[in-house]
Structure formats: structure tokens, C-alpha cells
Design a protein around this ligand. Sequence first.
Ligand SMILES: Cc1ncc(COP(=O)(O)O)c(C=O)c1O
Length: 388
Amino acid sequence: MGETRWTQPPILGVPLADLRRDRTSVKWGVHGSDVIPMWIAEMDCAPCPAVVDAVSAAVSRGDTGYALTEEYAVQVAAFAEAEWAWDFDPRTTTRVADVLTGVTHLLGLFTDPGGPVVVSPPVYNAFYEVIEACGRRVVEAPLGADHRLDLERLAEVFARLTAEGARTAYLLSNPHNPTGTVHTPAELEALARVADEHGVRVLSDEIHGPLVLPTSTFTPYLTVPGTDRGVTVTSASKAWNLAGLKAAIIVPGDAAVDDVRRLHPFVTFGASHLGVIAQTAAYRDGRDWCHRLVDELDANRHLLADLVTDQLPGARLVVPESTYLAWLDLTDVGLGEDPAGEVLRRARVALSPGPIFGSGGRGHARLNYATSPEILRDAVGRIAGILE
Ligand SMILES: Cc1ncc(COP(=O)(O)O)c(C=O)c1O
């Protein structure tokens, strides 16, 4: 079984020349052709065959109308049950365009204009943007130095905000982008407890859930006792590289079902028919593909850790437990507060700048290692070249 996995061509084996020729998406489109792009969360992967078949067949037969999303919800639930023993009723879910759109709708339900939304930086930069776009206010409760949730800090921040009388939400990245931290059941249970104590609603973004690497176990927030007022939003767009085929799903905890029912049915029109077809196929028929991908990411994270140790003196990397994103501490390598800028200018490698991930981002950069080992070696070699 293990052998057959590795005798198949690698998923993350697409050569650089092919990527440059074939990719027209934002990752490959915004920099010059001398730059290796390792920034935005797109993968340099071959596509999942089940998705290719489903989308190609739909387009060929002219099945390009409006989306019907019930089967999508059924397949997300079947996947969640099979992977994580997470059992939810697909009829309680709401399908939307993408995860950030889902978050937007939920912030509208659970917070007021100008009201606070708590995040734990360093955290996915678009959380800041979506909160601002909704006319809400970001309040930070940073991760601890160990990159784990700081529950005391969260309790303090929740207490302060709710004492001011503000309806408050907490936006959780589960697992955590950019550090790759996988929250434990105990941490999630403690989070739910402090959130409940202060009437804070937890919104759990689980888009990276299937990308938890073999040494860790993913815990869906809503499987933890005491989380039933929480709401999860997820999508196949990260794990199967389908950001261009839009669909996502909102899954309410038992005590949040009625809240989520208040969303206008119009919100479901955002999920595209081809996105729903693609993601339904991914969840139903793409499990093995995703497991193979995770094995390759596991190898890549160790390769990256070795390359950093051997070639980037002064750089620090806590090997990620999940996602294909690595959070590099470059504070001591002499590239200033925003090392990604210098790396782009001098090494022609595009990383995500640490400061956009909020407090704790200075001196850091995020590297996307969902690429071939050859490209990874090339990129780190280039960065090493400017540190000499
Ligand atoms: C934690 C997290 N949430 C959401 C998204 C974006 O998801 P979507 O394109 O479905 O809005 C990303 C993309 O990288 C992400 O890392």
C-alpha cells in the first residue's frame, strides 16, 4: 500500500518551466519570470484526477447552470465523519461562495458595526482585511511565544470587551495559518469555556483541516464538548487547490443552528456550480489523493527544515504541524523588519511578508512549501546566496 503510493508520479512534482508556462493565477502572475513565487496559498500541484473528470465532464455536456448544493453538503459531512469522526447534519449547513464570504456573513450575524472581532496573531492576513471590510474592529490576543493559543490573554481580552457591552466574535484559524499550529482538544475546550463565560461567539475557519501532517491529529472545533454555540466555515479550496472553483460551507454547532438560519437565502447563490461539482468530487472521490498529498507535504516540511538548518544560519523554523506554510523567523539574519522585501529584491524569491500577519510578524516571513523538492531547494539556495 505504502509502496504503491510512492510509485505514482508525485503530486508536487510539476517542473518550474511547466508552472511558468501553464499557470495564469495570481501566484504566478504578479512577479517577473525570474522570481520563484512562494507566497500566496496556492499549490504547485498536479490536479486531483477525480476533480478533473467531474469538472471536464460537466463543461463538456454543457452542465454549466446554477448550483444545487445539497449533495455537496452531504459529501462534506461524509468526509468529516470518515476522517475525523465528526458527525453533523448536512441539512443544518449553509453553502456560500468561499470561506471569507462565509466569515463575512457570520460577522454580520454575531457582531455589530464598529464592534470587536478578536484574532490571535500572527494569523492569516486576510482576517484583518475581512474584518475591516465588514466595518468591524480587529482586537488582537496574540499567540504565546510557543505559537499556541494564550488562554489567559484571551480571557482578559474577552472580559474587557464584553465589560464594554460589545457583542464579540473570535475568529479562530483551526489549524493555524501561518505557524501550522494544530490546536489540541484541551485547548479548544478551554477556548470554548472562556468564550462562553463572556458570551463571545467562536467562528472556526477549518480550511486547512485536511492538511494536518502525520505527526498530529486534527480536531474539528465542533467535536469538542461545550462548543455548540460555535460555527465552522470550511472548503476544499486549500487541500485540493481549488480556490478558482468557488464553494464553501458553514456548519453551525447545535446551539447555533437557529442563528445561521437567519442568513438570507441569497447568500447561497455565491457558490458556483462548477465549484460545487469540483469540491463534491474532491470530498467524495479525492480522499486518497489528499492523503498522498499530505505524505508529500510531510517530506517537504522535513526537507525545508534541513535546508534551513544547513543553509540559512540564524534563521529559525518551528517545523509546521499542518498546512503547507512555514513561518520563518529571520530576525537574526540581518535582513531588517520585513525580510520578505529584501529576499524578493535580492534573491528573487517571493515570500509573504511577516508584518501583514499582525503582531509578532516583524522579522518573519511565510514560505509556501507546496511545491516540488527541486523548486524548494532552488529557492532556499537563492536565499542562502544573499546571506553569505
Ligand atoms: C486560514 C484561511 N482561511 C481562508 C482562506 C481563503 O479561503 P477562501 O478562498 O475560501 O475564502 C485561506 C487562504 O489561504 C486561509 O489560509
